[in-house]
Design a protein around this ligand. Structure first.
Ligand code: FCB
Length: 468
């Protein structure tokens, strides 16, 4: 008899997207520009010179997309709210037409029996806030809290879970550190200031959500924790992996869940910043009760200490323009990805997801975890039968679902899994060249086409068991 892995009856299966990546309607109903509109307008920033002004047009096509999700059988949809639709100008007021869109979306999801899981910030900072300095500026955290309170007040009676931020790692380190994402700055001191103000925004945001939607509001944050392994078991490589863990993961986990930064991170980055932007009272504001922690996972990282490398002085660090993603890690390098790479050039190591979940669950016992993104990009084409056959994506998904099953077996309190993404969409600096969807987006017609992965996932989520 063939047995397949089954999942707990209340396990949540979902799909995820983000506002800028799918909505389009860039100038509609009072929306003003965000930092991605600005970043995309600079030649060379986006691989295909594109932007999110039309994207998947979900702003108009959400009823069709919800019908697809219903057919898929998912129980939850993780989407994000576009800040510049809600507060289009500095200081407000709230824009009723922007709020009305999310009102319609939430109602349509509930009607279809799909839980709305809302992310408040998936990278679309209003340009007017970047004009005042963006995330390296303290005031941005307070403006985020104002915005969070507005959305929670409007939708709080119907939203299942509130996620304050998506992947602050990318916001700080790609946006302000190495410049690969909007606003494209290359400054490690700015990146560390952004880290702190993102943490503050999270904590103030949770407080604003609870004030507006009540104590029962479920709150969360989504972190793309980097599963970092040492390249060898030699002490210097083990120490290198722990240093990367601190700057990649510890700077979010520890303040948000324990009320302090990892002490050693200040020494690791002393040549970059004195962290004087931390004020009395901030740690208490940042560390707020969470209903669960969202984790995004795609690929792990192996690191080693570069033989003979020395940490630069503050003057050298400022002058040499070293802009790897992690401040303070000049003496550490990552090994190149191995094995069959996805279209993003990322390696496939599902055991990294299991190991990550186990490590976080051991560090924070009692905290529910949710995989809020996981998926892979491949060079899909539409076959003569009109469908998309994507065996590599099915294999990636199946292997990672097995990995979360192993984490559950190990006792990890994992409550749900969201596949990235519902449909192919605007993949940030890669534009429309990378396809992560369960559904293929034909951008010329905006048709959504079933991929084999969507059929596989449909079978999984409707039976709660891995297809045999
Ligand atoms: C994550 C982002 C998401 C998507 C995937 C591929 O870092 O949160 O928007 O682009 O990567």
């Amino acid at each position: 008899m063939t047995t397949t892995r089954t999942f707990p009856p209340d396990f949540i299966w979902g799909t995820a997207t983000a506002s800028y990546q799918v909505e389009g309607a860039g100038r509609e109903d009072g929306r003003t520009p965000d930092i991605w509109d600005t970043f995309c307008a600079v030649p060379g920033n986006i691989a295909d010179g594109s932007n999110g002004s039309v994207a998947c047009d979900q702003y108009h096509r959400y009823p069709g997309d919800i019908a697809l999700m219903r057919e898929l059988g998912v129980g939850a949809y993780r989407f994000s709210v576009a800040w510049p639709r809600i507060v289009p100008a500095a200081g407000g007021p709230a824009n009723p037409r922007g709020l009305a869109y999310y009102d319609r979306l939430v109602d349509a999801l509930l009607e279809a029996g799909i839980r709305p899981v809302v992310t408040l910030y998936h990278w679309d900072l209003p340009q007017y806030l970047q004009d005042k300095g963006g995330w390296p500026q303290r005031d941005t955290a307070f403006r985020f809290a104002d915005y969070a309170g507005i959305v929670a007040g409007a939708l709080g009676d119907r939203v299942d879970t509130w996620t304050t931020l998506n992947e602050p790692w990318c916001v700080a380190y790609l946006g302000y550190g190495c410049g690969a994402h909007a606003p494209g700055h290359k400054s490690h001191p700015e990146a560390l200031a952004a880290v702190h103000h993102l943490n503050l925004a999270h904590g103030l945001g949770v407080q604003a959500i609870r004030a507006a939607a009540g104590e029962k509001a479920k709150t969360s944050i989504t972190l793309n924790l980097s599963m970092t392994y040492p390249a060898t078991d030699q002490a210097e490589d083990v120490a290198a992996a722990e240093q990367v863990w601190r700057i990649a993961n510890g700077v979010w986990l520890e303040p948000e869940l324990e009320g302090h930064y990892p002490e050693q991170v200040f020494a690791d980055t002393a040549h970059v910043s004195d962290w004087s932007f931390i004020r009395d009272g901030d740690p208490a504001d940042i560390c707020q009760p969470l209903s669960n922690l969202g984790i995004n996972y795609y690929s792990p990282n192996w690191v080693r200490r570069i033989p003979g490398a020395v940490t630069p002085t503050a003057a050298e660090a400022g002058a040499n323009g070293w802009v790897g993603p992690h401040p303070g890690t000049e003496t550490i390098e990552s090994l190149p990805p191995d094995g069959e790479l996805t279209a993003m050039g990322w390696s496939q190591h599902p055991e990294g997801l299991r190991d990550l979940l186990v490590r976080v669950a051991e560090a924070y016992p009692g905290l529910d975890l949710v995989v809020t993104e996981n998926g892979s990009a491949w060079d899909d084409t539409v076959a003569p039968d009109g469908l998309v056959h994507d065996p590599q994506r099915v294999a990636y998904l199946a292997a990672h679902i097995e990995a979360i099953g192993q984490a559950l077996d190990a006792g990890v309190p994992l409550k749900g899994y969201f596949a990235w993404s519902l449909l192919d969409n605007f993949e940030w600096a890669c534009g429309y060249t990378k396809r992560f969807g369960l559904f293929y987006t034909d951008y010329a017609t905006q048709n959504r086409i079933w991929k084999d992965t969507a059929r596989w996932y449909q079978q999984l989520v409707t039976t709660n068991a891995v297809p045999a």
